[in-house]
Ligand binder design. Sequence first.
Ligand SMILES: Cc1cc2nc3c(=O)[nH]c(=O)nc-3n(C[C@H](O)[C@H](O)[C@H](O)COP(=O)(O)OP(=O)(O)OC[C@H]3O[C@@H](n4cnc5c(N)ncnc54)[C@H](O)[C@@H]3O)c2cc1C
Length: 390
Amino acid sequence: MVTDHFDVIIVGGGPVGMALAISLHERGISSLLLEAQGLPEQVKDPRPLALSYGSHLILQRLGVWSTLSQITPITTIHISNRDHFGRTVLTSKDAGVPTLGYVVNYYDLYRSMHQLLQIHSANYRVGATVTIIKTTPKQAQVEYQQAGENKQAIAKLLVLADGGRLATQIEGINYHTHKYHQWAIVANIQTSVPQNGIAYERFTSEGPIALLPSGDGFALVWTVPFATAEAILSLDDNTFLTQLHHHFGDRLGEFISTGKRSGFPLALTYASPTIALRIALVGNAAQTLHPVAGQGFNLGLRDAWELANEIVQSSALTSEIGSSRMLRTYANKRQIDRDAGKLFTHSLAKIFVSDLPLLQTFCGMGLNVLDCLPPLKRFVARRMIFGARG
Ligand SMILES: Cc1cc2nc3c(=O)[nH]c(=O)nc-3n(C[C@H](O)[C@H](O)[C@H](O)COP(=O)(O)OP(=O)(O)OC[C@H]3O[C@@H](n4cnc5c(N)ncnc54)[C@H](O)[C@@H]3O)c2cc1C
């Protein structure tokens, strides 16, 4: 079997793995990206991604931003709690940034990155499924199958960006899972009140519902209990829109039309630790979050950005890429941001669904206090945009 050698092998060409591969390629680090699925035409995923202003800056530096076909700015976030008092409005002015973020489509982002990797002739292999990973103190080795052939590659560092499938093979890395018993239902929606840059995050006793400005309408992320998800997905369009309107309320007028609906089961899953001998985890492989507040990809992109910086720095200092020292520095730098992301989304997903009246009163007071205190708003908004370091 022929063996290829690289500085870095990345397993998993989702948006986080591709962002890392683009970053390493443009900075002259030899890397191989292995992605199990076929060409992106087959990766039809309707989910919207709310990207923070910080992610926009990273994607701009990677040359991805200008290739996206539809980008909808979020200028304001309106947060409310259904059937309870309390609301907060966050604006870009509160955060001191030109805009709070943008909504893009997952598939569009995937396709743009895929094309960029091809244009730059990066070592990017699709239809390549990694089956075995092995590490020694000196190197990491992967075996993968592509077009019916078994292949092998060796690198100083192996990055797992595979959503968390392979890390279970690694001794010392444990996964912790909290199932929410909820699904997210995603669809494009038109309402009689046109979108004007406001993202709505509404907490309900069944879970949060978000309507994000997208094109000339809204991208819906509706959290529903596991038991009712299938039934809601199979409703006819009119009944679905009526139920959605009833659930969300009248703020956006009539709910006029819906696109294709898709459902995603929700859980918090995270690895501990996120490094091992010659191995680093990024993106969903390190932590998969509840989509409330749209933090998952933003956090994963910061993983990729920080890891690329550590790799480039190690290479420039001629200290070794993938050494335990480099990996510890990477893990330490990411720790607070990751913990904050997990805590923030998990708390939002759990607290607002509680039926304890006292807790709901407390939540309502919290939203109102946040609304009245500009420095606190700025603190919260900047952490949502730039991560724990704000
Ligand atoms: C409904 C919903 C809404 C969301 N909204 C937002 C949002 O608004 N903002 C936000 O920031 N985040 C959001 N997220 C989270 C975001 O989608 C994820 O965090 C992000 O897609 C993770 O990207 P990733 O590249 O780490 O992993 P993935 O997208 O899971 O990619 C992993 C890749 O690895 C490949 N792979 C797996 N095993 C192998 C193998 N053995 N060999 C080779 N390749 C392999 C897979 O084919 C896949 O392409 C949302 C999530 C959901 C479910």
